[in-house]
Design a protein around this ligand. Sequence first.
Ligand code: FAD
Length: 318
Amino acid sequence: MKVIEHIENNKNGSLLSFEILPPLKGQNIHSIFDNLESLVKFNPAFIDVTYHREEYLFKQAKNGLFKKEIIRKRPGTVGICAAIQNRYNIDAVPHVLCGGFTREDTENFLIDLDFLEIDNVVALRGDPIKSEIYFEPEKEGHEFASDLVEQISDLNNGKYLNSNIENCAKTDFCVGVAGYPEKHMESPNLDIDIQFLKKKIEKGADYIITQMFFDNQKYFDFVEKCKLHGICVPIIPGLKPIATKRQLNLIPHRFHVDLPEALIKEVLKCKTNEEVSKVGNEWCIAQSKELKEKNVPILHYYSMGNGKNIQEIVKNVF
Ligand code: FAD
């Protein structure tokens, strides 16, 4: 079923969904299943699987020169989605990126998904790779997520890149896109960011999933602002519990979000990461309960390979 159908058919409070990462190359799929076993019993509407593009490593050779190597540390997004649908009969939602893909690559990727009966995607631009300061699209690739959404909508209308293809089958993808309650890091301000978010909806996106936030008011204000800009699609809040003291710096650095004073104070009092985890879970439970009371469509948890924390939170909220 499509994410948007899950939302439209639901008459009973907020639904639940998770985001997981493919395992590091070298691990097998059971590391994913082990993590998922504890989560699927809560009956999630869908499970997102992130996409990780290539990275460049520079290795020193014997002659002292550096050799550039390309590595994808977390391949397997499509395989994991197919495995989740097959094993648990739960809708799996692969993330699809502009970065690293030509338009042709994207078309072929979407055709694979269509053949696997995966009809949900989240369309994203992707971050710059480590050796870039600014995002660089492939020569024949998309610069912004809105262009990727347009290509997916075209395929849903039976419009392929090569206009000579005859009797084209239409795909039927439901498309999610990213939204940033605290604005995207490159955006000059939140209003401009929301204008570009609206463009993704106009090009055919069905719903928005937000970047993580730790202060619900930021989400409520964002939803209001989106409405003022004429965005009427569901806006799914994304939540992540803090689990280590280091994340006090890592999360703002990586995701460009603020942490509330009260949460920072509680984390700083902790002596071990076990204590931090407890504080992080309690904070996330309180956030979740308030969002649920306000009837948000879905609570979407970033598990980042830590199913235990999320299990604890979900047990207390659902
Ligand atoms: P866009 O919507 O293209 O926006 C990027 C920037 O460009 C914004 O500042 C926007 O305001 C601006 N912009 C948009 N359109 C225009 C325009 N026409 N002209 C000028 N400026 C414009 N990354 C991964 O690598 N893999 C993942 O699986 C992944 N999953 C994610 C899931 C969620 C829910 C979120 C919130 C993020 C995820 N990311 C993932 C990170 C994401 O790829 C980065 O945040 C990326 O920098 C922006 O992606 P976007 O799709 O929001 O880009």
